[in-house]
Design a binder for this molecule. Structure first.
Ligand SMILES: [Zn+2]
Length: 237
């Protein structure tokens, strides 16, 4: 991204509106963040739901800047209490450029049941070899619990938080958003397949071609234009 800070905030706001329209971010909660490349600065959705504002109306003014310790650098609202999910992952993972924390329903069902998500959908190679569950159902609102999440994520793209939601990362916001949509789609397919039989993960051959951390998935093209087209009109103001 080569945009100005204000343009980046507007871009992230649009992504948040799209994630809300696509039911990845639900009940006015959840957040997306972006690490400005080469800096210790993080753009993150502020604590907007405290004032009753819905994510469908997110604007650039709702995005604030924090440092890697969670201190507010600019913006008129507080960062979310769960900012430690973001700061701790960025400190541990240099390959991560964007983080999403969300509570979408299908992922939640797996997190509640204690069943790992496996990559059953052919586009879900970012989820290899599986999405593990952190057995901690509380808020991630301290440095200590944030580091617990970062450790549990390992070098993977996603993690479930028991009874709470998920954490999804990418090298940039677009990739993180696509991974978040893919995780939820894969969860829905895995759940439906489990009613019919035993879901099988995509083949070892596909898994072995999966990208290393920081590499782009082997997709023919990013599916982001699809999500933007499908959900953008609802999400756009
Ligand atoms: Zn949460």
């Amino acid at each position: 991204m080569t945009e100005t800070r204000e343009e980046l905030k507007e871009k992230l706001a649009e992504m948040i509106r799209i994630l809300a329209a696509g039911e990845i971010l639900t009940l006015m909660k959840g957040h997306l963040s972006y690490r400005l490349p080469g800096t210790g600065e993080i753009l993150i959705l502020g604590h907007t739901h405290r004032s009753g504002k819905t994510l469908a109306g997110t604007t650039g003014a709702d995005i604030v800047t924090i440092d890697l310790d969670g201190n507010l650098l600019d913006g008129s609202i507080h960062p979310p209490g769960e900012k430690f999910i973001h700061t701790c992952i960025y400190r541990k993972r240099e390959d991560v450029g964007a983080v999403i924390h969300a509570h979408p329903h299908a992922s939640m069902a797996f997190a509640v049941a204690g069943v790992q998500i496996i990559p059953v959908h052919h586009e879900a190679i970012a989820l290899t070899p599986c999405v593990e569950i952190l057995d901690y159902a509380g808020q991630i609102d301290t440095e200590e619990t944030g580091m617990m999440v970062a450790e549990a994520l390992k070098d993977r793209a996603a993690l479930l938080l028991r009874g709470h939601g998920n954490v999804v990362v990418g090298s940039d916001p677009e990739e993180a958003c696509c991974n978040a949509f893919e995780l939820e789609l894969n969860a829905k397919i895995q759940f439906q397949a489990s009613l019919l039989g035993t879901p099988k993960a995509i083949t070892r051959e596909v898994i072995e071609k999966a990208p290393k951390p920081g590499q782009k998935p082997h997709r023919s093209a990013s599916p982001w234009p699809y999500y933007r087209e499908r959900y953008g009109r609802n999400g756009r103001q």
